[in-house]
Design a protein around this ligand. Structure first.
Ligand SMILES: Nc1nc2c(c(=O)[nH]1)N[C@H]1C(S)=C(S)[C@@H](COP(=O)(O)OP(=O)(O)OC[C@H]3O[C@@H](n4cnc5c(=O)[nH]c(N)nc54)[C@H](O)[C@@H]3O)O[C@H]1N2
Ligand SMILES: Nc1nc2c(c(=O)[nH]1)N[C@H]1C(S)=C(S)[C@@H](COP(=O)(O)OP(=O)(O)OC[C@H]3O[C@@H](n4cnc5c(=O)[nH]c(N)nc54)[C@H](O)[C@@H]3O)O[C@H]1N2
Ligand code: SF4
Ligand SMILES: [Mo]
Length: 876
């Protein structure tokens, strides 16, 4: 309970792998108040902008409310009988490997467990893979090679206790914001040093003591060099090396590698090695800049090699730390949801493990070989080898490399089922059967975060329409396919108990994952389950692994691997001269089906963009706010140019988030090749090659509207606002009748219109009113439109306002794009405070405006604004 007297329910944020606890209070009308749970060990009450805006994403207007077959609503029984029949018939005719599931690290453990059991244990195929293949697969492979099992050795407390934290290919400030703020708090108290290894300067470099902008893909060479320096600097832990095999070969290979391929200054490399070697308490955090690479597994092992050689692992304040992306990426690894894993960290290719799981599940023979990994799975769909495909909780038509090809493959598949909360996704619109599922605030189950803490997600809102839980849908299909007893679940608690019981089997076989103490939780205890971290036994040192060896290879030792750096597979050349890096922005989540519903989150960066170094922008003749066309061997995109010296010349960065729903030319994975790491099968999502040219539009437009608008232009991007929608437009084709075009786009055939057209200048300004209030406006010009965008968006539904001047009245300053999403403070407000109130620090901005005082994720941007002003003043 909080002060309002309404009950709050404890749950877990459904976004990133930090796994923050939230307190949810429904307002009784479908809405939800959200605050951080002060008692959750991951966040101790803090939330980032995305967590804080969760309440803005629970509306029902985009929700899928009833099952559909071939576009027509049907009763659940019919839909599920149809799915079961088509899967059974396909298996009967073409064998179990002719069907596949493609699932997600955002499924709850209970959902994931049932999906994996159905495919591997009963259908008898290992063709279940997950979007974790695009995310954690290289780490899984690296951990297994080094440790014998996929174990994250450390805990979040290590970030509190470290003296040096190295962020490798991790933009922690934007992607794990609460963990980053925890690190900042530790830095404030103990002076933790921070080194960032990333080809571009990110928000995570804000407080960094050193930023190494290495050549994309060259991390192995850097860590190989570090290993040689560890050896030469006498930093080996000889007693720990008793627990390690492969040291000599690893060191020899490291000496053969050449650190100059990193492109880094010698002195920077020296400084990095000296800091790493000289600091006992060092944590190396790594994420997608490591994993999403054709040498991803080797990058992981190159990092692990250094920690093993120094014995800096599993002890307070030290160790390698792979931060997980999705809320249940770790849980998915625990249930064995990848095509090459089994369950509870058991091995699919181990006959003893298979027999044990088979006996436990009581199904038929388990598949003996790994199934198809994501990229190969969609290739098999394309080739017609997979004839029935079930996609659950992921949007591969956007997020897979060669996304256009993947979308065509899905469209061409004989039978595709999609389980989602909305039909408005690029994947759902290709499905034969659409199954409506409950969303995070309506579901009950567990998730495991980056440091192995299992937390409950609890249902606080009723399921809308006839939406059902993912596990319940899967279980019903299992029963319809003839396995009534094995899928006889009625609650998620039953599934959790079964999963916990299976972990006892795994523990007996010597695996690390053992939560069997939870296998007899009764329903009430499951309901009340407080966050807890495995291993549950106190044998391990404060929840850590490997401080005293104890690895999971048969000899009990860890393995160091001999590694050699390899550049990314796609090479730049005269035709494709730019290296395209991709990743995330602070306020959007993946393909935007949830975060895109929040006006606050949409106002930070409202359209897809490409960051380009000023010298490259000059070279291709692009000015700020113009558009750029990117072309790769696989597809094209049109994006807004952001000219940024955070980029290295020759390299571009574009976000992964935009889809055909929000900006059809912003689908960045259309450009990315399906090249994969040979060990992990993880695609190289961060190293595409492209040509970049200025996109010459005949006109540019900006529109605001109370209703969803439907642009028709070579480029468009729409975003939510508090009062409706906004859109950017640009097109190569002239429009002959602007009024007709605007009425069509806004779907306002009769609304009253004021307009000012200047054919000589090529400008058009239109405002539509209803009952004296603005309901839509459009501004067109031959150059990028210069209007007060946020001000205009704020005028929707306002009475008696003349927006056609496009100017801001002096008494209502335009706050500009939102920098602080929590406190809703725009860039212009902040700049004005800097200029007129003389604020000179992030803290003073906080005191004056509140910006940066809640989640803190915008503090790097506040500092950048302060710095830009200081630089300007110095120049003046
Ligand atoms: N705001 C937000 N947060 C998220 C998500 C989201 O969608 N939005 N998604 C969640 C998920 S699923 C994940 S997996 C995580 C991802 O979290 P991160 O991995 O931190 O995020 P990314 O932006 O994908 O990539 C990280 C960095 O890798 C760098 N990089 C690219 N190539 C290389 C290279 O060769 N070497 C090195 N060292 N670095 C390189 C990029 O420049 C980028 O800054 O974020 C999670 N958190
Ligand atoms: N170029 C490039 N591509 C990338 C990446 C990159 O860095 N660069 N990162 C990769 C990584 S790390 C990841 S994790 C992936 C993420 O990519 P995806 O998994 O494809 O992205 P999401 O938008 O999270 O998709 C989740 C889908 O599940 C639906 N959904 C939401 N809640 C529920 C629910 O409770 N049940 C069901 N059944 N559905 C639900 C959502 O509406 C949405 O359609 O993208 C990968 N692709
Ligand atoms: S850091 Fe933000 S997105 Fe991640 S779990 Fe916490 S509140 Fe959610
Ligand atoms: Mo991810």
């Amino acid at each position: 309970m909080d002060g309002s007297g309404l009950p709050e329910t404890r749950s877990t944020c459904p976004y990133c792998g930090v796994g923050c606890g939230v307190l949810l209070r429904p307002d009784g009308q479908g809405g939800l108040a959200v605050r951080g749970d002060p008692d959750h060990p991951a966040n101790r009450g803090k939330l980032c902008s995305k967590g804080a805006a969760l309440g803005e994403t629970v509306g029902l207007d985009t929700r899928l409310l009833a099952p559909q077959v071939a576009g027509a609503e049907v009763p659940w029984d019919d839909a599920l009988a149809h799915v079961a029949t088509r899967f059974s018939e396909t298996i009967a005719e073409h064998g179990p490997d002719s069907v596949a599931f493609y699932v997600s690290g955002q499924l709850l453990t209970e959902d994931y467990y049932v999906a994996n059991k159905l495919m591997k244990g009963f259908i008898g195929s290992a063709n279940i893979d997950t979007n974790s293949r695009l995310c954690m697969a290289s780490t899984v492979a690296g951990h297994k090679r080094a440790f014998g099992t996929d174990t994250v050795p450390g805990t979040y407390e290590d970030l509190d206790e470290a003296d040096l934290v190295v962020l490798v290919g991790s933009n922690l400030a934007w992607c794990h914001p609460v963990l980053y703020q925890r690190l900042m708090a530790a830095r404030a108290t103990r002076g933790t040093r921070i080194i960032v290894i990333d080809p571009r300067r990110t928000a995570s470099c804000d407080q960094a003591d050193l930023h190494l902008a290495l050549e994309p893909g060259s991390d192995v060479a850097l860590f190989n060099h570090l290993l040689t320096q560890i050896y030469e600097g006498g930093a080996l832990d000889k007693s720990y090396l008793r627990h390690v095999s492969g040291f000599d070969a690893a060191l020899c290979a490291a000496y053969v590698d050449d650190v100059t391929v990193t492109g880094l200054d010698r002195s920077d490399v020296k400084q990095f090695c000296a800091a790493w070697i000289g600091t006992e308490k060092v944590v190396t955090v790594f994420s997608q800049g490591v994993n999403q690479s054709t040498s991803g597994s080797d990058k992981v092992n190159a990092i692990l090699n250094c920690h093993l050689a120094t014995g800096r692992i599993g002890k307070p304040g030290m160790g390698p730390f792979s931060v997980t992306g999705q809320p249940n990426a770790m849980g998915g690894r625990e249930v064995g949801g990848l095509a090459n894993t089994l369950a509870c960290h058991l091995d699919l290719e181990n006959a003893v493990h298979r027999a044990a799981v088979q006996e436990f599940w009581g199904g038929g023979w388990l598949p003996t070989a790994p199934g198809l990994k994501a990229v190969d799975m969609f290739r098999a769909v394309e080739a017609g080898e997979i004839k029935a495909l079930w996609i659950i909780h992921t949007n591969p038509a956007v997020s897979m490399p060669e996304a256009d090809r993947v979308a065509r493959a899905i469209a061409g598949c004989e039978f595709t089922v999609v389980s989602d909360i909305t039909a408005a996704t690029d994947t759902a619109r290709l499905a034969d059967v659409l199954l409506p599922t409950t969303a995070w605030a309506e579901k009950s189950g567990t998730v495991t975060n980056s440091d192995r803490t299992i937390s409950r997600q609890r249902a606080v809102l009723p399921p809308p329409g006839s939406a059902r839980d993912d596990w319940a849908i899967l279980a019903e299909v299992g029963r319809c396919m003839g396995w009534s007893d094995a899928f006889d679940y009625t609650t998620s608690a039953e599934i959790f108990r079964e999963h916990a019981a299976l972990s006892a089997v795994a523990a007996r076989l010597g695996r690390d994952f053992d939560i069997s103490a939870l296998s007899d939780l009764d329903d009430a205890a499951y309901e009340a389950l407080a966050p807890l971290r495995w291993p549950l036994s106190a044998k391990q040192s404060c929840g850590r692994f490997f401080a005293r060896g104890g690895f999971f290879h048969p000899d009990g030792k860890a393995r160091m691997l001999p590694l050699r750096a390899r550049p990314p597979v796609a090479r730049t050349d005269g035709r494709y001269p730019f290296r395209l890096n991709t990743g995330r922005i602070r306020d959007q989540w993946h393909t935007m089906t949830r975060s895109g519903l929040s006006p606050r989150l949409s106002s930070h960066l409202a359209e897809p963009f490409v960051d380009i170094h000023p010298a490259d922008a000059d070279r291709i003749g692009v000015s700020p706010a113009e558009l750029v066309r990117l072309t790769s061997p696989h597809g094209t995109a049109i994006l807004r140019a952001r000219i940024a010296d955070a980029q290295t010349p020759g390299q571009l960065f574009a976000p992964m988030h935009w889809t055909a729903q929000y900006a059809p030319t912003g689908r960045i994975d259309a450009l990315v090749a399906g090249a994969v790491d040979p060990v992990s099968g993880q695609p190289e999502s961060k190293a595409a090659v492209v040509a970049a040219t200025r996109f010459d539009a005949a006109w540019y437009g900006f529109a605001v509207s109370a209703q969803p608008l439907n642009p028709r232009a070579s480029y468009w991007a729409r975003a939510r606002t508090a009062a409706g929608w906004r859109a950017e437009l640009a097109c190569t084709a002239q429009v002959s009748d602007w009024e007709a075009e605007a009425r069509r786009m806004f779907d306002l055939p009769t609304a009253s219109l004021q307009s000012v057209e200047d054919p000589a200048r090529g400008t058009v300004r239109m405002a539509f009113h209803e009952g004296g209030r603005l309901i839509a406006a459009l501004f067109v010009s031959p150059q990028p439109v210069a209007v007060m965008r946020d001000y205009l968006a704020g005028q929707i539904h306002q009475p008696g306002c003349d927006v056609l001047t496009g100017l801001t009245p002096a008494d209502r300053p335009d706050p500009g794009p939102v920098i602080c999403a929590c406190m809703n403070v725009g860039v212009n407000t902040i700049l004005t405070a800097i200029e007129t109130q003389g604020v000179i620090s992030v803290e003073e901005i906080g005191t004056a405006l509140g910006a940066g005082t809640n989640c803190g994720s915008c503090r790097p941007e506040l500092r950048a604004l302060l710095e830009s002003r200081t630089v300007r003043e110095a120049a003046e």
